[in-house]
Design a protein around this ligand. Structure first.
Ligand code: PLP
Length: 416
């Protein structure tokens, strides 16, 4: 019998059957078609590995206490604790934490906070600036600052306009900065994925550019929104990517690694000024946003356990070790003409397989994924861009399996 389930970002006409996953442990997934090495951290969320014992224990304990409660006018300890700890480790200047439940909602909240800040301040700015190739989510609001294309065409009439800055590729940075200097004069906010654009193809830009973008925003009073939904919690080598650039955003979005990847949860952090713009005896200035599961206690308990793991375990050393292991394994591909743009930022490695039809819709994408699955490796290339983003606990031998599969794919599909 065919399944009634409609899967995300999946072309069912081209995907006949799905492995049924029954169990996860560390970097491994058990399926009815055999074991899979999760080399993309289950869509970038799993940081320490599947089912970290401390996170599992925290979830069980919280489920025994309080499952869910309305978060308007009530609070609970896991949410209070996580908020306090996040403020302690976040870039300086962030003082308040608004909870939601996915990266997209964290970004929606960020955009609404920025617009509310300007409206309540009595000088409404409504212009949003975003980067070429950006990705900020799949809701109508977050698709707007995201790159336009085949993903957004059907919804184009409903997306709001943004000012689009060219991607600050090496050598082209000045163009981006010059355009921002003009656009920032009357803009509400610039939204960026700091240092690396994920879904746009693992495109890396320098900390100096991020710093320069932040300076221009500051000079013009334009709010800087750091969408750290992917980059947060160590992916780029530091806890947050902004820290590498010494940048303090006005608003920061976190989600994927917040619970170690175990449960859906998101936060939008902001400065006192943004909170104050919504703080008033006048109820029309309330921040009008909620989701039913805002700050779900079990998810917050998982996040609290994740933050404890960051304190108690040598996570940053593990990340540095993974970064080195990735770099060593990339070396053989730098000398191989079947691959181009071999690159790495922190724990994230990416490279392009040379094909006649590069791009996201490259015919090679689904064939590559199937090829890797057959070899027991879960990779989901963005077109002909192959990237490796494993949980931090992956071992050298496990990583070798991933790169051997990539090398085999090069042999089979690459052109010299
Ligand atoms: C994944 C992602 C989002 C969206 O998060 P969801 O939880 O999938 O809604 C937003 N921004 C960035 C940078 C992301 O990588």
């Amino acid at each position: 019998m065919s399944s009634p389930v409609w899967h995300p970002f999946t072309q069912h006409a081209l995907t006949p059957d799905f492995p049924l996953v029954s169990r996860g442990e560390g970097v491994w997934l058990e399926t009815d078609k055999g074991r899979l090495l999760d080399a993309i951290s289950s869509w970038w969320v799993i940081t320490h590995g599947h089912r970290h014992p401390k996170i599992v224990a925290a979830i069980k304990a919280q489920a025994d206490q309080l499952d869910q409660v309305i978060f308007a006018n009530l609070t609970h300890q896991p949410a209070e604790d996580v908020a306090r700890e996040l403020i302690a480790i976040a870039p300086l200047g962030l003082s308040h934490v608004f909870y939601s439940d996915s990266g997209s909602t964290a970004v929606e909240v960020a955009l609404k906070m920025a617009l509310g800040f300007w409206k309540n301040g009595g000088k409404p700015r409504t212009k949003i600036i975003a980067l070429e190739h950006a990705y900020h989510g799949d809701t109508v609001g977050t698709m707007s600052p995201g790159a336009r294309g085949v993903f957004t065409d059907a919804y184009a009439p409903f997306l709001f306009d943004v000012v689009r800055l060219p991607f600050p590729a090496a050598g082209r940075e000045q163009e981006t900065l010059d355009m921002l200097k003009v656009a920032a004069k009357d803009a509400a906010a610039l939204i960026v994925e700091p240092l690396i654009l994920g879904s746009g193809g693992m495109l890396i830009y320098s900390p100096e550019v991020l710093r320069a973008l932040a300076v221009i925003c500051r000079r013009n009073g334009t709010l800087l929104i750091a969408d750290e939904v992917m980059t947060g919690f160590g992916r780029t080598g530091t806890l947050f990517a902004c820290k590498q650039a010494g940048v303090a955003p006005d608003i920061m979005c976190l989600s994927k690694g917040l619970t170690g990847g175990s449960l859906p949860l998101a936060v939008t952090l902001c400065t006192p000024e943004i909170f104050q713009a919504h703080y008033s005896q006048d109820r029309s200035r309330t921040f009008f946003h909620s989701s039913s599961f805002t700050a779900n206690p079990i998810a917050c308990a998982a996040a609290r356990a994740n933050l404890e793991i960051w304190q108690d375990e040598p996570v940053l050393e593990r990340i540095a070790g993974l970064a080195d292991m990735q770099e060593e394994r990339l070396a053989r591909f730098r000398a191989d003409s079947r691959f181009t743009n071999v690159r790495r930022l922190g724990t994230i490695a990416a490279l392009e397989l040379t094909v006649p039809d590069p791009g996201y819709l490259s015919g090679i994408g689904p064939r590559l994924m199937a090829f890797f699955l057959e070899r027991g490796v879960l990779l989901r290339p963005l077109g002909n861009t192959i990237y490796v983003m494993p949980p931090y606990g992956v071992t050298a031998a496990e990583l070798d399996l991933v790169y051997d599969a990539i090398a085999a794919a090069g042999q089979k599909f690459g052109i010299k």
